[in-house]
Design a protein around this ligand. Structure first.
Ligand code: AMP
Length: 394
């Protein structure tokens, strides 16, 4: 039996999960954990698969100063207190560049190639790669698998993944990659089980979380994404604006004298629901607020989701189903109702009671556009890929 550690490393936090993998390929989630406040107020929290808390402790900043140190602390907790020794690690890596269209077993050569993609995702890729590099140096025989957010979209046609800019930029990697691919891939594998009638049809999946994007699926394959070169494009997010006229950025730089770093900070941390409402990036807080700016931000968000649905429906040449997923999509009946109302022209008829009950199928019988809520599970997708890549070698 393999024990797979799934790692999702960001700039100031590392999320991890542990799965037991039977030789049949069956996976069982054992542990969920997270270390946040890396370098400032490091705190480890862990629970079993049912959410029962099994650890909550703080570290001195100098003891957990960076992402590799955080993973080291998590591994020590797993080993010393839970007697868990991973036999493989699956990592979420944001960028697989133009080449990687599937997960890959990491070697020194693979890592060197992935490091070449740092300029394509400077805020995320270095944090994803740092623990891989450190584990490769310490434990070269421990299999590590890199799973990419871009890979599921690599089958996009040239028309889809080009910007209308000189070809030399495309050649050096300025392309519309699309992200959240592990989430969309998971949903594509779930649909044949939970909604077989739409699994091979024209489907939009809306991954509405603190990061948010939408994907057009034809026969279970990604054919278009609302995101492009970076995870900034598309629909508004918790703190990112989504699609924005590049002229706004020129204005900020030329007229307001903002540096590239200041613009990046604005785009990644101060825009979206947070910037527009001036209240919060959290949909729960906006829903609870009586402030008209909160309602306006939610309305704007739903309007942009529906607007992008129109674009993706055009890419698909029609639309049979719309699937909501991720934190907002799975939990906010209010957002789903607002989006569904804007999709009536595409044939959506919401079943209000099913929506309020967070049912899987939330459209009325006979609705021309089927509406679904399907919980995503990116960590399970990473564990599946890791397990599948290990099996041939065992
Ligand atoms: P994710 O990134 O997928 O974990 O989604 C996180 C976001 O989901 C939060 O920032 C909230 O905006 C939203 N969310 C989570 N739970 C709820 C809920 N019960 N109702 C509305 N929104 C929620």
């Amino acid at each position: 039996m393999d024990t797979i550690l799934v790692v999702n490393a960001g700039s100031s936090s590392v999320k991890f999960q542990v799965f037991a993998a039977q030789s049949s390929g069956e996976l069982t989630r054992k542990i969920k954990g997270q270390i946040d406040g890396i370098g400032t107020r490091p705190r480890l929290r862990g629970s079993d698969a049912d959410g029962a808390q099994s650890a909550d402790r703080e570290f001195r900043p100098e003891d957990v100063a960076d992402v590799p140190a955080a993973l080291h602390a998590a591994a020590a907790w797993l080993r010393d207190e839970l007697r868990i020794n991973p036999t493989a690690i699956g990592h979420r890596v944001v960028h697989g560049g133009p080449d990687f269209d599937r997960p890959v077993l990491v070697t020194a050569e693979v890592l060197a190639r992935l490091e070449r993609y740092v300029p394509l995702a400077p805020l995320h890729q270095p944090h994803n790669l740092a623990p891989i590099r450190s584990i490769l140096a310490r434990s070269p025989d421990l299999p590590q698998v890199a799973c990419f957010d871009t890979a599921f979209h690599r089958g996009h046609s040239a028309i889809v993944d080009h910007y209308a800019i000189p070809e030399r930029f495309y050649t050096e990697g300025v392309r519309r990659y699309g992200f959240h691919g592990l989430s969309y891939e998971y949903i594509a594998t779930r649909l044949p089980q939970v909604a077989p009638e739409i699994a091979s049809a024209r489907v939009i999946v809306a991954h509405l979380g603190s990061g948010a994007s939408m994907c057009a699926l034809a026969g279970g394959r990604s054919v278009e994404s609302s995101m492009g070169f970076t995870a900034l494009d598309g629909i508004p997010m918790g703190t990112r604006p989504g699609q924005i006229d590049p002229g706004v950025l020129l204005y900020l730089i030329e007229q307001k004298g903002m540096s590239a770093a200041a613009v990046a900070d604005l785009l990644y941390r101060e825009c979206g629901l947070k910037g527009l409402s001036g209240i919060s990036n959290d949909v729960r807080e906006l829903q609870a607020s009586k402030d008209p700016r909160a309602q306006f931000a939610l309305d704007h968000f739903c309007y942009r989701v529906a607007l992008h649905a129109g674009m993706l429906a055009s890419a698909l040449g029609g639309l049979d189903a719309f699937v909501f997923t991720a934190g907002i999509g799975e939990n906010s009946a209010d957002v789903r109702a607002r989006v569904a109302a804007r999709l009536e022209w595409l044939g959506a008829e919401l079943d209000a009671a099913a929506n309020a009950a967070h049912a899987m199928l939330i459209s009325r019988q006979g609705s021309r556009l089927a509406l679904y809520v399907v919980p995503t599970d990116e960590e399970l997708m990473i564990a599946r890929h890791t397990s599948a890549l290990l099996r041939p070698t065992r």
